[in-house]
Every structure is written in structure tokens, then in C-alpha cells.
Design a protein around this ligand. Sequence first.
Ligand SMILES: Cc1cc2nc3c(=O)[nH]c(=O)nc-3n(C[C@H](O)[C@H](O)[C@H](O)COP(=O)(O)OP(=O)(O)OC[C@H]3O[C@@H](n4cnc5c(N)ncnc54)[C@H](O)[C@@H]3O)c2cc1C
Length: 468
Amino acid sequence: MKKEIIERISAIVGEEYISTRKDVLLTYASSASMAKEPVMPGAVVRPANATEISEILKIANEYKIDTTVRSGGTSLQGEVIPKPDGLVVELMRLKDIKLFKDLRSVRVGAGVTYGELDKFLSEHGLWVPITPESALACTIAGNTAVNGAGPGSSLFGCTGDLILGVEVVLPNSEIIQTGSETNPNAPGPFLRYAFGPDLTGLFIGSLGSLGVITSVSLKVFKRMEYFDYNTYGFDTPEQAERFLIEIRQWDVNAVFASIYEGPVLELFMEMLGDEYGIPPMEWPHRTVSMTIGRVRKDMLESDAKKAQELCKECGGWVLGVKELPRGEWNERLWTFVRASYVHGWHWRTLYHHQTPVNIHRSVEEITKVMDKYGFLGHTAGFFTDHASANMYPHLYFDPTDQEDEQKIVDAHDELAVTLYKTGAVPFKLAPFWKDKMEGTEKYMEFLKKIKDTIDPNGIMNRGVLGGI
Ligand SMILES: Cc1cc2nc3c(=O)[nH]c(=O)nc-3n(C[C@H](O)[C@H](O)[C@H](O)COP(=O)(O)OP(=O)(O)OC[C@H]3O[C@@H](n4cnc5c(N)ncnc54)[C@H](O)[C@@H]3O)c2cc1C
């Protein structure tokens, strides 16, 4: 990157907050997306606030510099891999947290991680009820930009469902606020759908392509203290899927409900059974692992009883293995990922949302692809939102084997096409979905028009959001 550009940005942030050192650039060349090749940027800048970001973007526009927005760097699908000689804008210095207790909301800077926010809120008996398993390193803003999900989503939806407003520096350097805080006299964040159309939504799931989110305002809730952990067995996928729907219809507060096939649980339990204290056993055709949470004990007891009744009505039986859902909930699924890292496995995942009554169709397609390409993997997913399930199939491969690496890319591409045909939708509109979503041409054209309007020089996260 040209020396004069570095000097001008340095004058904005201070020389200690911009770097062109090789070792630093190497760190920012990659991310947690271990199945993607690193790319060396030209510089990394770490601004302190929205005004500095706005000034940096003016320069980026002037020189038409490819700019990558980055927070925790934990995303898995290559979204923060920079462009060659591009600029990485890293946001981890934006650490403000402001609680509005009576408004049941909090405003956080873009550098605040879930872990930091949870520690802060726990001192007030509150929480943000959705926690991605990457919570210790990933930021609220980063998870807003991907519209993430995690334990808690089975009841509260995706991260976007908690958002009341955002402050954003647009690619053209203008700073805007959305939601009720657009009124400078507002006592804090209290309503998202204020001032006409939902402009907050424009930035949820935008993968850093439509602006730099500098603060996020979101809902907080009283921390639940009462939990019921249980597992439910079913002989057919349809019974298990019906159970998930009935749980929702009857307002059973399932904060986390995941669904597994027998062989997948056997694979997981081979890695984790001892640690969880679960002896080897023959798992049913389908197992639903569920945590019910409530702020009041009487409500929890009533919900736990209803869940058991519904399980039987759907043709299932109560398995009673409590260690599995307890592990999922308390350790935020982290154990599963840790176990696969420990085994030295690399994986690619094809996150998608599927409606619960069609989970078996995702499983069929994933299994077909695993068999065809000879990959080991898993098909697990969990209930999110009103009537949706977040599926996160992992395909494991050997990164030292080039043939295997090419095969995994082909398998991944094939899966995107076949899953879409089952009616599934992308969880994150990552670049590999491009050209695989028949019937979305008009929608993607419209999205591109918006992008071109606010990013006329195409500097921000080029090619990341569905390839635009
Ligand atoms: C072990 C592990 C477990 C994971 N589990 C989950 C999970 O349970 N649920 C889940 O949703 N994800 C999960 N992920 C993926 C990842 O943590 C999420 O995508 C997370 O939201 C990324 O946040 P981040 O702060 O690390 O953002 P980054 O990785 O830095 O960026 C993610 C995307 O958002 C954009 N972006 C980042 N910050 C901003 C900003 N301030 N303004 C605008 N755009 C921005 C980036 O350009 C990029 O496109 C997991 C990852 C790992 C490694």
C-alpha cells in the first residue's frame, strides 16, 4: 500500500493503530475459516470510534482501496479474508457498554464480545439470551453482521431478532443511526420499527458489505435460573420433527432443542461420552436433546411435564439422558467443536435454515454427498426461531491432501445446490451461494442496486455478500 495512504490514515488514528508489519499482516490474512487460503492485506488499521472510521473510509474511497471490515475474526466461511494489498479495518477497540435497565436494552460498541457482555450483564441479573458457541471471541456486531444463532435461539430466534437499532458508518463515509435512537432525545434504545421502513434490517446479515456497524442496541432479559435437561427418543424423523413443532405450538420454553440421528450421536459420544459421563449405548433413530428454561420454578415444572406428554403423543419415549443437553447448554456446544479440533480434523460447514418438518430432507442430501465423496461428517441442527432449524453439517477432510481439499470444495458446492432445492435457505449469504439460488435473480439485483448506491466505488467487502 502506498506510503502516502499509510501516513494519511496514521494521522487520523495515531501511528500505533496502523500497521504494515509482515507478522501483523499475516495474522489478519486469515481467520477461523480454516478451509480458506490466507491473503495478505496491505495494512491493518484499528480505529477508536465512528468519526475515525468515517475519515478512513473517505481515504479508502479516494484511492479505491478494497476494505475488509473485521471484528473477532471467528467467521467460518472466509468473510474476513482480505483482498491482496487491501485495508483491514479492525473494530476491537470500540468497547463501550451502556445498560438501559428500565428499557430492557443495552448498547454496545462494535468490539464488545458476547463473553464481555455476558459478564457485565450477569452482575445485573440479566442476559442476552442467544450465545454463539464462539462467544468468548466473537463480537455482538460481528454476529449481527452475520445474523448468527446459537444456544438460546430455539426460543429467541436469531441474533437479528434481538436488535433494536445500529449505528453504522456507510461505505460512502456517512454516519447513520437506526431505530428509536434516531431521535436524539430518546432515553435509549426501545423500539426498532420506528421511522418507517426497517433500515436496521439492512445491516443484519450484511456481512460487512453495506457499512461498518459501530454500535449495536439490543434487548436484554432477566437471566433464567431454572432449567430442565432431557432427551427424547423417536423411531422416525417425522415423529421427532412433529415433536419440535408441538413444543413450539404449546409454548414450552425450549431454549435449546437439537436433533440428532443415531450414528451422529455415536460419533459425538465416542469423542465426548467419557467426559460427559454418558456410557456407550444404542441411540434411537432420532434423538431430540432439549433444555427448557424459565425464570420461575413453577413454570419450569409445568413445561417439563408438558414436554414429556407431547413426546409420548408424538410416538416417542423419554430417554432421560440429561448430560447431553446439560453439556450443550452449559458449554454452549463448544465441546463438540473442541473435540473435532482435538482430533485434528478440518471441516467445511454448510450452514442453512430448514423448516423443522423438512430436517430429514437436509439429512438425506448431506448423507448422499458424504457417501458419494467418501467424507466423514455430521448432520446436526437445532431449532431456531418461529418454525426454522439451523442446520450446521460439517464435512471433515484432510488439509494435507490436495485431492481431498478439491473434493471437499466440490462436495460443498454440490450440497449448496441440492439443499436449496429442498427449500432450505442460506443461514449466511456467503459467497459460495452465488449462482446456486435459482429464482432469486430479482432479489439479488435489488440488493446489488442498494450496494451500488451506498458503496459507489465498491470498496467494502467486495464479493462477500452472495458474491456482490
Ligand atoms: C468454534 C466456533 C464456533 C462458532 N459457533 C457459532 C455459533 O454458534 N453461531 C454463530 O452464529 N456463529 C458461530 N461461529 C461463527 C462466528 O463466530 C460468527 O460468524 C461470528 O458472528 C463472527 O463474529 P466476529 O466478531 O468474529 O466477526 P468477524 O469474523 O470478524 O466478521 C464476520 C463478518 O461480519 C463482518 N463484520 C464484522 N464486524 C462488523 C461490523 N462491526 N460491522 C459490519 N460488519 C462487520 C465481517 O466483514 C464479516 O463479513 C463459530 C465460529 C467458531 C470458530
